[in-house]
Design a protein around this ligand. Sequence first.
Ligand SMILES: *[C@@H]1O[C@H](CO)[C@@H](O)[C@H](O)[C@H]1NC(C)=O
Length: 156
Amino acid sequence: MMSRFVVFFFAFLSLLAGSQIYAAPTNEIVARQIGNIQCNINRLQIVTGLAKLQGTLGSLIGEVSSDSAALAGVQSAASSVTGAEAAIGVIAKALLTGQAAPAAARDQVGANLTAAHDALAAITSTDPTASATLQKALTQLNDAATAGDGVVANCK
Ligand SMILES: *[C@@H]1O[C@H](CO)[C@@H](O)[C@H](O)[C@H]1NC(C)=O
């Protein structure tokens, strides 16, 4: 009876020791994953910003539907934004499962946003409604990219 208790006691002690050993790095990883407040605001801003941008691009697709070159540009930008959103999803999943965010996904977010910008910047439209929507899309894209820079700067 006594020896069983002793075995249990030592097993318990070694469990405690184990948790001491792993406590420090685990806490560091958890802190990095959760991030500070500014980091989380920036994460939220890029996600909501890209969702709004997709809405604007949806309107723009309707407005340039008779201009095939402009239409192709907007569709290309929309698919780049979808690519950026998918890469953000990969990062979010890693964070939620306590894994390090894959660096490749972060690069894909940036590269897709650059591609979306280039596609939109190349569009010329003489239609005032479409031009106004295009400017709105470029502003929203710029804001999302700024939030993305904030994520890189603040989420460490
Ligand atoms: C855009 O993101 C997707 C993943 O969502 C990726 O496969 C693709 O390579 C990215 N595009 C660029 C230009 O990096």
